[in-house]
Design a protein around this ligand. Structure first.
Ligand SMILES: Cc1cc2nc3c(=O)[nH]c(=O)nc-3n(C[C@H](O)[C@H](O)[C@H](O)COP(=O)(O)OP(=O)(O)OC[C@H]3O[C@@H](n4cnc5c(N)ncnc54)[C@H](O)[C@@H]3O)c2cc1C
Length: 543
């Protein structure tokens, strides 16, 4: 109902802060790309926001009035710009779609200001036959924010940014309760004022919300020390179309299955997470960075395994393969000259005063014994300094016609190299079939005593419709991941993009259990029809 949007704090057709968008490709990157792609990348024109033609059903005036009666007219947005901003997430195919003239968008964006308003919005949506897509920070990369109506009359994006802030900090227990729309930096700032930290730092940290982290089972770069986001969650409040749940009474409980876990990874299909209770810790005062080189990926991965199994306690430990090491070294210039071969691991130990040194020594001893050679710690500091910068480079590459996308999976240590070979092989076959030149970078991004996740970045010269050319390559990779025993996602989630593979992950019976839970919580199937659960096969319908 308002004319203009003030919600465009993130680039509508790219990543992050519009003020940090770079027009030019760094010279070194341009040279590297010319070698990989066989031609000089050239900047091409992009479409302006005002030129986008909206598709997808608009809401009736009566729908808008019913929603306005609940949240106030100023919190029901139907203007062009706000609808485009809520049309999807930030995967590379999403960004390719943001460059098209005609774009599917939600009919309205609603901004509830409290839990009661969330519940009332769901009631209105169910009564009026509208689908609801919960919207946190809008950083999803697996298609879970697509305005899919699922047979309903229209789609309402429920943006949770007004449900933000620290509600309670229990500094004795080290537990903080936040409203779900709180974004990463705001959560850390509120805790820092009281001497605490959450320490969840995914690369999307600057814009993603705590509710989104819970809904997607996110994993941050400090996961070796603080665990995945789901490991930090001690309680949740969730508003579903059939009622509100308040879950998580005690730090440990044997009161039946842990229902809160049902909503971690639920991707908005069961309801809206309104509050998240989290384990927090005192702000670390010591930070010690180290870097090591290994002759190859296999010996580096084995060293990481030994560290995590010995439990020496780094906050960050990650290993880049040869290709990713070369790119990182190129980015930090002269530091890399002495280290042009092999794989690099970056390590961070942190904690209260006097706590990091002994752990660091123990980790260093394990890495050395496993064949690691100490490298300049500036390498690790440079990684820390630039850790949120790569997504900005993706935009500039895309504007120069270069396709860059990431994908991830996980498995046990004993199967890690089989999985890596399977993904790399599938990518090579897929790009080969597309006739595209490419480069694959890989790193071990998260470690567990029993296994690790592998994170791949692909850079490719895909011509024409890049999203259409990428789809069969990605499908081939997903098949290969399943065949090699990996998970379809370690932390990016299922969304729409991985939904066809969910049955192979959890089995046909597992899928039926999830659908039964959904029927109980969301009998009209209004909640995010495009995410997580693949469309149901009907006995009389097409297979
Ligand atoms: C550049 C970039 C880097 C990234 N790096 C990482 C990384 O390091 N680690 C990682 O794990 N992920 C990463 N991601 C993926 C993404 O940021 C995460 O999945 C994040 O958890 C999404 O949070 P969000 O608030 O942006 O959620 P959104 O994108 O708004 O929503 C994601 C999904 O959750 C649902 N949802 C959102 N909020 C709620 C809620 N309150 N209640 C119910 N459902 C909700 C939505 O409907 C949607 O299905 C990255 C993405 C980008 C673009």
């Amino acid at each position: 109902m308002t004319e203009k949007s003030e919600l465009l704090d993130m680039r509508w057709d790219g990543w992050g802060d519009p003020a940090r968008a770079a027009e030019k490709l760094p010279g070194g990157v341009k040279l590297l790309l010319t070698a990989v792609l066989g031609h000089k990348p050239r900047r091409s024109g992009t479409i302006g926001l005002a030129e986008v033609e909206l598709t997808g059903p608009a809401l009736d005036p009566a729908d808008e009035q019913a929603l306005a009666a609940v949240v106030g007219a100023e919190h029901v947005r139907t203007d062009h710009d706000t609808r485009v901003l809520h049309a999807g997430g930030k995967s590379t195919p999403d960004l390719v779609r943001r460059r098209e003239r005609r774009q599917a968008v939600p009919g309205a964006v609603v901004l509830p200001g409290g839990e009661e308003e969330v519940a009332a919005v769901l009631r209105v949506a169910a009564e009026r036959g509208l689908a609801v897509v919960p919207f946190g920070g809008g950083t999803a990369v697996t298609g879970g924010l697509a305005p899919e109506a699922g047979g309903h009359r229209g789609v309402v994006s429920v943006d949770l940014r007004r449900l933000a802030g620290l509600e309670v900090l229990d500094d004795v227990s080290g537990e903080a309760t936040f409203w779900a729309g709180t974004r990463g930096p705001a959560a850390e700032a509120a805790l820092a004022e009281r001497g605490f930290e959450l320490g969840h730092l995914p690369q999307s940290f600057e814009f993603a919300s705590l509710g989104g982290f819970a809904a997607m089972r996110s994993s941050g770069q400090n996961s070796a020390g603080h665990g995945r986001f789901d490991a930090m969650v001690t309680g949740l409040r969730v508003v579903t179309p059939t009622g509100t749940l308040d879950l998580g009474r005690a730090p440990g409980s044997a009161a039946g299955p842990d229902l809160a876990r049902v909503f971690l990874g639920s991707e908005g299909v069961f309801g809206v997470i309104t509050q998240v209770r989290l384990r927090v810790h005192e702000t670390p005062v010591e930070r010690c960075f180290d870097a090591f080189t290994f002759s190859d990926f296999r010996s580096g991965a084995d060293a990481l395994r030994r560290v995590v199994q010995a439990g020496t306690g780094p906050t960050v430990i990650r290993l880049s393969d040869e290709a990713e090491t070369a790119v990182s070294l190129a980015q930090v210039g002269s530091i890399g000259k002495a280290l042009s071969k092999g794989c690099t691991a970056v390590v961070l130990h942190e904690g209260p005063a006097g706590s990091a040194g002994a752990r660091r020594e123990a980790t260093v001893a394990v890495l050395r014994a496993a064949g690691g050679r100490p490298a300049s710690r500036k390498l690790a500091e440079a990684w820390d300094h630039g850790r949120f910068g790569a997504p900005y480079l993706r935009d500039t590459l895309l504007e120069h016609g270069v396709f860059v996308e990431t994908l991830e999976t996980a498995t046990t240590w004993s199967r890690l190299h089989v999985l890596r070979a399977a993904v790399t092989g599938a990518l090579a076959e897929g790009f080969g079939a597309a006739g595209a030149r490419y480069r694959i970078l890989c790193h071990v991004s998260h470690v567990y005593p029993t296994g690790a996740s592998l994170y791949f970045t692909v850079v490719a010269g895909l011509g024409g419709d890049m999203a259409a050319a990428w789809a069969p390559v990605k499908a081939r990779v997903n098949d290969a991941i399943m065949a090699a025993g990996g998970t379809i996602s370690h932390h990016h989630g299922v969304g729409a993009d991985h939904a066809p593979w969910l049955e192979r992950e959890i089995g046909e019976h597992g899928l039926r259990v999830l659908r039964a839970i959904k029927r109980e919580l969301d009998p009209d199937a209004i909640m995010n029809p495009g995410a997580l659960l693949p469309p149901e096969r009907r006995p009389d319908g097409p297979a």
